[in-house]
Design a protein around this ligand. Sequence first.
Ligand SMILES: [Zn+2]
Ligand SMILES: [Zn+2]
Length: 413
Amino acid sequence: MLDLKLLNKQFSGCDCGREHLSTIKDIRIGSKLVNQVGSILKANSFSKKLLLVADKNTFKAASGIEESLQDFKLKTMLYNDFRIPSLEEVERITALADDAEGVLVIGTGSLSDVCRLAAFRKNLPLCIFATAASMDGFASSASPIIDSGFKRSFPAKAPAVIIADTDILAAAPSKLKAAGFGDMVGKYVALIDWEASHILTGEYFCKNIATLTKQATDTVFKLAPQVQKNGDVSGQVFEALLLTGIAMSYANNSRPASGAEHMLAHFWECLQIASGKIPEFHGAYVGVATLLVARFYNKLAKIKPEEISKKAIDKEEIYGLSGILAPAMRKLNKGSNIPSLEKVKTNWQKIKNIILAYPGPEEIFEALKEAGSPTTTAEVVISDDLKRRGWISHPFIRNRFTLTRLMSHYNLI
Ligand SMILES: [Zn+2]
Ligand SMILES: [Zn+2]
């Protein structure tokens, strides 16, 4: 069982020299908790006037929750099917929360992302009642939101309370379970990128946070064959997802849980939305992107430093392939730096060792298959054209070093 107080204690005085703290007050994961939401909120000093946000699917999944909230004065915002976490919706929820004393969101990724930022803006306590173990942002302090077509991470506040009823998690649609697995597997690539960046660019890195994320990912990775078949593991997957969210809070950004695989997934998601399509679930994109990046990193691990040479980067080509994202990317990449060829060559063996410390593409492929997660771009309705454009452009959709960024500056394979 996740003991946040103990975890905070273990991370206090971390030898990386930084303060690590999660401000979540209470985490409850267990059976039949849907009937106890009201009393849990009271125990955490939530006031009576609550804004309740859900969509029809999540509200139905949490059947019985209203009865537990009889002592609260509810204002309810019920969406039809909430899939796109846009800044407009953040503003709508922020306005609705005007006379509220707290926010309760029933749902998963997009709904909780939007409410996390709205509650932060109103300085209101937030409770997330999770209906599926489908993504890793529940415990995060940041909110990935789509602003003018561009998905970016807004600083927000972690929820005060997180509740997950394991009976509801177990009954979640299989697509959502598969998405949660895909999002978790992505951490392997994210951790490679973080440590590689530390070595090549001097970026801050905390070994303890990386270990926390890796252990959580290993736990879920081993559960792959049971993700769809055994409802009992949903609680474990959920806990692992929370741990990676807490790791992000500890690092004060999404670095421990988001590298090239998330950037590629975000590229696809943004361009699908821009062309008027409803995107697939975030974790489904992340799983497929993880496999593509893991295959590339596996090739990197086979090359010798003397085989690496410099090439001229064509930024105009990159922006030209990026559609609606191009203007923001131009601004983002103004001051971006890339490690020198000498630095790359000198540290190449270290980079290879980092890559080889994580499961390779074959293992990741098998695990995704077993968990019922998509493994091809076709399954997540990404065209070959978008796949190619995303591959070239994704390293530049944020100013964050990834090993995939090297391919624009150096001849590698
Ligand atoms: Zn640390
Ligand atoms: Zn994610």
